[in-house]
Design a binder for this molecule. Sequence first.
Ligand code: SF4
Ligand code: SF4
Length: 165
Amino acid sequence: MSKQIDSKLLPLLAAKSEPEWKRFYIKNKKKLEGMDLRVQALHDKVSSCTDCLKCANCCRSLGPRITDKDIERMAKALRMKAADIVKNYLRVDEDGDTVFQSMPCPFLGDDNYCSIYESRPKACREYPHTDRKRFYQIYNLSIKNASTCPIVYEVLEQLTKTIAP
Ligand code: SF4
Ligand code: SF4
């Protein structure tokens, strides 16, 4: 198992690699469209070596977009009314998206566990998106996410270093 990157170093490491990742994208844009399986395999390999409980960066800093279905699910789990979930925990941001009122997330514990894990929002389940279909569509978003998430950083590093330009 490779050593997990210290999350505090990520912004610096990601900034250093960003120009290379961007060059790779320009050269391999077409190739990337047919590479979902390869990226997913990298995601699986890197995720299996990453302990999210030692990180929790996404729960500390990125505000997931929350849907009406998420609100219903959270309300059920917390035995609260949906309206009270909205009032106590949520706000509408400048893009019109519903997000948590503040980050770190109110459901993140000191031990980095999510207290509503089974009922967490869909965006939390899907993060960091490196295993999704049509990865090429979120390649540039992933460059941004690499400064927060060690999984994304490693996937981009390994992807761009193992494929011939
Ligand atoms: S998904 Fe990424 S940012 Fe979130 S806890 Fe896991 S490694 Fe950290
Ligand atoms: S709901 Fe859970 S998984 Fe989502 S940001 Fe909060 S602590 Fe993290």
